[in-house]
Design a binder for this molecule. Structure first.
Ligand code: ADP
Length: 186
């Protein structure tokens, strides 16, 4: 099972992705988490990514390719994986296909889209900002991230729809309720 999670920031991809990974016994890779870890560890990659991330913009494609390529080559990712936060634009989606064919791995099975209204997204990100204090969760940056999602990432819905891989689910409701919806749909 090779799954891509699509949805606006705050749509619940991270949380549902964790539950799916445990349920299916496959790893989940979040490029956002990996980049935040690189920033916290002060690596070269982290130094290059930090200012862009804090501004709510996408980091250069090349900075995330290495993270994804290395993770997908690990033994535990051979029977499947869940990608959260990658691909985030069409160029990345094309590169992902190239990585999989280089690894002689089957292509993506499904792109799971959690749909949540903009207003609900803003409310959720505000409360996450208070709880977790993420540097990129300020009001202005939240709006920027949503705008970038709409401009760069949402074209992927069409991209996977055309391949017959898109599954769109309503991302509003209780965590367990949404999780049950996902398992049923996949
Ligand atoms: P969100 O809460 O917006 O879903 P993530 O935790 O997935 O955010 O990612 C946080 C930040 O990390 C993004 O705003 C972006 O700067 C950077 N990032 C994560 N994944 C990618 C990617 N695939 N391409 C470019 N930048 C990325």
């Amino acid at each position: 099972m090779r799954i891509i999670l699509l949805g606006a920031p705050g749509s619940g991809k991270g949380t549902q992705g964790e539950k799916m990974a445990a349920h299916y016994g496959i790893p989940k890779l979040s490029t956002g988490d990996a980049l935040r870890a690189a920033v916290a560890a002060g690596t070269e990659l982290g130094k290059k990514a930090k200012a862009t991330m804090d501004a709510g913009k996408l980091v250069a494609n090349e900075l995330v390719y290495g993270i994804v390529e290395q993770r997908l080559a690990q033994p535990d990712a051979q029977k499947g994986f869940i990608l959260d936060g990658f691909p985030r634009n069409i160029a990345q989606a094309d590169v992902l296909e190239g990585m999989l064919s280089k690894l002689k791995a089957p292509s993506i099975s499904k792109a799971l889209h959690l749909h949540v209204e903009d207003e609900e997204i803003i409310t959720r990100l505000h409360s996450r900002a208070i709880k977790e204090g993420r540097a990129d969760d300020t009001e202005e940056v939240i709006r920027k991230r949503i705008a970038i999602y709409n401009a760069d990432t949402s074209p992927l819905l069409d991209y996977y729809q055309k391949q017959g891989k898109l599954v769109t689910l309503e991302g509003k409701g209780g965590l367990e309720e949404i999780f049950a919806r996902i398992i049923k749909a996949l």
